[in-house]
Design a protein. Structure first.
Length: 118
């Protein structure tokens, strides 16, 4: 299984970035994808998630600024991040929830750094 994430980088406060992630080489069905982030000294937290049915969930801190979207057929997920703030600085991890053979679990990507300068 591979989760290939891209799109991180350095941006000034108020700027935008778009993260992308694709799942490949899985034998299981993917029924939801999302993004988590982890800042230095903090726990990993959910940023946004989307189900195959299109239901979305956002952290309160990003509502109105970030938009998650997905392509079910290609097992891809995107995170459009606008009006970025220095507190959004973190390593962002792609997550995919798989289900099959009577079980379920999580796939994780390698993480992509997002740095927002003030």
């Amino acid at each position: 299984v591979q989760l290939q994430a891209s799109g991180g980088g350095l941006v000034q406060a108020g700027g935008s970035l778009r993260l992308s992630c694709a799942v490949s080489r899985t034998i299981f069905s993917i029924n939801g994808m999302g993004w988590y982030r982890q800042a230095p000294g903090k726990q990993r937290e959910l940023v946004a998630a989307i189900t195959n049915g299109g239901t979305t969930n956002y952290a309160d801190s990003v509502k109105g600024r970030f938009t998650i979207s997905g392509d079910n057929a290609k097992n891809k997920v995107y995170l459009q991040m606008n009006s970025l703030k220095p507190e959004d600085t973190a390593v962002y991890y792609c997550n995919a929830k798989w289900v099959g053979m009577g079980s379920r679990g999580d796939y994780w990507g390698q993480g992509t750094q997002v740095t927002v300068s003030s």
